[in-house]
Design a protein around this ligand. Sequence first.
Ligand SMILES: [Fe+2]
Ligand SMILES: [Fe+2]
Length: 178
Amino acid sequence: MKNKLTNNKTKNKIISEMIRVNQAGEFGAQKIYEGQLAVLKNDKTIKKMSEQEKKHLETFNKILIKRGIRPTALSPFWDLGGYLLGVTTALIDRKAAMACTVAVEEVIEEHYKDQQNILKKDNTEKELIKIINKFREEEIEHKDIALEHNAQDLKGYQLMTKGIKTITKLAIFLSKKI
Ligand SMILES: [Fe+2]
Ligand SMILES: [Fe+2]
């Protein structure tokens, strides 16, 4: 009995952390695109991706509230950080904005895959698994779109994507706990 309770507690904690970090990540993603669109105002491709990110964020906002999970305390940082990352990359040029998307989506794609692997052992979270599957596919789409739009032609592509990936991973790590 004690064991079961401990297990449930662990499970709840893990799933709460997942939803917290996903909400934070989708919030950050949305801010990045908002920043990019502040510079590249009428970019249809970026606008389309931004619309999808809005839906991702709305979905995790709802789940967060429904389950009574506290949001990350780091929201103000992701708000500013995401926006600045978007503005800065877009100011370099459009290829840099696209490279930013490739870097972020590569990390998020892996992040959602890790969650899929954990959740598939659990048959009580079918709805959450479905959502994560769908969003992961859309993130992969974003990455592919950014690659089609010449992200890799950016001078310093390797260095920049490596840097953004490190920042994104750190943001994920922190948002689970804080
Ligand atoms: Fe997203
Ligand atoms: Fe995305």
